[in-house]
Design a binder for this molecule. Structure first.
Ligand SMILES: [Zn+2]
Length: 103
């Protein structure tokens, strides 16, 4: 009983980090707010990037626009190589003022 009382008095009077009561963590309730703000900002940025990357050019028609292999319903090229080759080809056709037959 006396030991507990002494410990309580020591805890009340002592200012060391072990005995002194810890101040309530004021930042803790704000953490979710900051995380929410960061989430919102990230979503906005992602949306901007997605809008910037919006596909341009030919619509998907079930075939690779370069090699004419079948591709998925939303795909326009088999892979990046075909996409880059298609762009090179289109660039060449644009510069020479010609159009690819059948495209
Ligand atoms: Zn292809």
């Amino acid at each position: 009983m006396m030991r507990r009382l002494r410990a309580a008095i020591r805890a009340a009077l002592c200012k060391c980090v072990f005995c002194a009561p810890q101040p309530p963590a004021r930042n803790l309730p704000r953490m979710p707010d900051l995380a929410d703000q960061a989430d919102t900002q990230n979503e906005k940025l992602l949306e901007q990037y997605r809008a910037r990357r919006a596909p341009t050019g030919p619509e998907p028609d079930g075939q690779c626009h370069y090699c004419r292999q079948p591709v998925g319903p939303d795909q326009r090229w088999c892979d990046r190589e075909c996409f880059l080759a298609y762009e090179d080809e289109q660039d060449l056709l644009r510069r020479t003022g010609r159009r690819h037959p059948g495209r």
